[in-house]
Write a protein that binds this ligand. Sequence first.
Ligand code: KG4
Ligand code: ZN
Length: 331
Amino acid sequence: MIVLGVESSCDETGLALYDTGRGLLSHALHSQVAMHEEYGGVVPELASRDHIRRAIPLLQQTLEEAGIAAADIDAIAYTQGPGLAGALLVGSSIACSLGLALDKPVLGVHHLEGHLLSPLLASDPPEFPFVALLVSGGHTQLMRVDGVGQYELLGETLDDAAGEAFDKSAKLLGLGYPGGPAISRLAEFGDPAAYKLPRPMLHSKDLNFSFSGLKTAVLTVVKKQEAANVCEQDKANIARGFVDAIVDVLVAKCVAALKQTGLKRLVIAGGVGANSQLRAALNAAAAKKRFRVYYPELEFCTDNGAMIAFAGAMRLSINPDAARRDYAFNV
Ligand code: KG4
Ligand code: ZN
């Protein structure tokens, strides 16, 4: 069965074709980062308009790369939510229109399920069950995953998501959008001893997170340094202080989740999963505590169509009736 995946929840238009027999056939992505950069963040209406412009040419590209015709698609999966309403409506309209035109069934996929299952697209995928850390721009969750659709929430952020903390702290440091990769690069040059920032909820007995206090701590040191005319090295030191703090908390909670569940497999998903400092710290913890950590391919950490095609295919393999031909979907 060949499933077309359509991702349009935020600032990336992703199209992909996944074959349950042969694996991922092709995928194409257009990032709107350059377009939103000058505004310092995603402008929702511009995002929607760009999805409309990009989606069909990207579909043509994926079909060409896969060497198949549109009529060979068996089902269409699109990101139903969460995300920007206008952007989601574009993906949903395109999926339903294609479904009607090709006489194929359509199903909505939860964006986070796409992220959660994306490590299974790797060449050496984890087996179930595992603990998953989902760290994106909108969410930070720890989950026990026993199979497709069998998810138990173990803990989540009580305020900002990890990616949001990266982006907001980067903004405070005057770095561009998206801030995550920028603050991570700058942190490489920072002195780890210069700023010891708070590690919120590090010692709480639960598996929840809180990152808004860390962002406020960054604001406080930035303000202090601005008054004293902040230099480039100082910016790097603050970035390092921030990254070390957030990575410490994420790693400690992952280790606690593994201990609580008794599992030995940890899966990382979502945009922050691309972070090199987080990966290094998790790898070190895995070697020390004897668990195995799995990451999605770097290109599938951030939003993409492949994870939606894959999650749709997995859903359909459990329940073939999950896709419908009435084309009456909510986003
Ligand atoms: O999963 P994603 O593409 O979109 C959402 O579903 O939210 O995640 C985007 C988030 C942004 O906050 C971005 O700054 C962050 O992932 N991100 C990173 C890195 N690459 C992306 N954060 C830290 N280090 C990175 N290398
Ligand atoms: Zn995402």
